[in-house]
Ligand binder design. Structure first.
Ligand SMILES: NC(=O)c1ccc[n+]([C@@H]2O[C@H](COP(=O)([O-])OP(=O)(O)OC[C@H]3O[C@@H](n4cnc5c(N)ncnc54)[C@H](O)[C@@H]3O)[C@@H](O)[C@H]2O)c1
Length: 351
């Protein structure tokens, strides 16, 4: 699915945080995009700027159910799955089924269409890692019965299914393991550490740090991650490949940075560490560098500024000076505004 040829691309989970940015990116490359999503954690608002785009269509659909008939696509990105712990733990059965049945239905479609499928897996497949930084051949330290298992084990099984389809049906698959990614269009209440801190700081509420705050995370800005997904889809290797920012920060340090960048007077308060919370997280991105020529380029400071500016607007607070605009989103919105709404059926559906 090279950028030089126009393809019909299905983005499952297209109304979510990452999925909506990916739709922007694919449209900016000239592809036709069908986003499907059950809107359980995603929002129509994330795709509102694409509503009249001639090469874009949206269909509300739960991937645990058989896919709509008549789909014919060249490429599939599977991002359909709640990603934040409160969301994926709310309905653990549905989360497990979304990971497993969702991947199965999409892989079947890939097999039938001869399409390539990119599966968004997660750093959570490493669990609470005993190897640091995490390399792709580390097999992980995951509880199969704990509160995070619906997601961690679901994603591990989805990886298994991808490689089973490759072995049994020669279905072309690509698997990426995404590490903590942040940016505009995250939900204010989704319970992820970056959005939590920013929203708490902007509202003047206490910033909740779990445990002593010495646990580490690595934070990748959304534009960098989308670039990695695009490169991986066109790469010659199946993966799995880690995508994330190898710069490691303690959670306490992130809280201080958010306070400084928002100018907030909020206090930092400590709460008990939740069960199975990983202590360290940092990707080894050697494979991504070698296979994709990819590494993150947006600094934590720049990414946080952009994300804070977006949350300010979302929360109805007065804006502060923004350092850069997300160029792809602006270009796509401009194209959508001039597009004639002639597309009456989904661009990826066979006619
Ligand atoms: N953002 C991160 O830091 C991160 C890290 C690791 C992995 N990932 C993976 O990337 C993908 C996208 O994550 P995100 O951060 O955009 O999360 P998100 O919750 O914003 O997006 C997930 C989307 O999938 C949709 N969805 C959930 N269940 C579905 C179902 N049964 N049928 C159809 N749609 C369904 C949701 O409505 C939502 O729009 C997920 O698969 C997630 O596991 C993300």
């Amino acid at each position: 699915m090279t950028t030089s040829t126009r393809k019909r691309v299905l983005v499952a989970g297209g109304a979510g945080f990452l999925g909506s940015h990916l739709c922007d990116r694919l449209l900016s490359e000239g592809h036709r995009v069908l986003a499907i999503d059950d809107l359980s954690t995603g929002r129509r608002e994330n795709l509102e700027h694409l509503r009249l785009h001639a090469r874009f269509a949206f269909r509300e659909h739960d991937v645990t159910r058989p896919l709509p008939a008549g789909l014919d696509v060249d490429g599939i990105f599977n991002l359909a799955c709640p990603a934040s712990p409160p969301h994926y733990q709310r309905e653990p059965v549905q989360t497990t089924l979304t990971c497993v049945l969702g991947a199965h239905h999409l892989l079947e479609l890939a097999r039938q269409c001869g399409a390539r499928l990119l599966q968004t897996s997660t750093s959570e497949v490493y669990g609470d890692p005993a190897v640091h930084p995490q390399v792709e051949d580390y097999r992980g330290n995951v509880s199969p019965t704990g509160p995070r298992a619906c997601y961690d084990e679901g994603k591990r099984c989805a990886e298994t299914l991808c490689f089973a389809y490759l072995r049994q049906h020669q279905t072309p698959v690509r698997v990426v393991r995404i590490f903590n990614t942040y940016g505009p269009r995250m939900q204010p209440d989704d319970g992820r550490v970056v959005s939590n801190f920013i929203v708490q700081a902007l509202r003047g509420e206490d910033l909740t740090v779990y445990g002593n705050g010495e646990q580490t995370r690595s934070f990748c800005y959304v534009d960098d991650l989308i670039e990695g997904l695009r490169r991986m889809m066109d790469a010659d290797a199946e993966g799995p490949v880690n995508l994330g920012n190898p710069q490691e920060h303690t959670v306490a340090e992130l809280a201080e940075r958010v306070l400084a960048l928002t100018g907030s007077r909020s206090r930092i308060v400590r709460r008990p560490l939740p069960a199975d919370d990983p202590k360290r997280r940092k990707p080894d991105i050697g494979q991504a560098r070698r296979l994709l020529g990819w590494q993150p380029s947006v600094s934590l400071e720049d990414g946080l500024r952009e994300t804070i500016a977006w949350f300010r607007e979302r929360l109805g607070l007065p804006p502060e000076r923004s350092i850069f605009l997300p160029a792809v989103a602006v270009a796509v919105a401009a194209e959508a505004a001039t597009a004639t709404a002639t597309a009456t059926e989904g661009p990826c559906e066979s006619r």
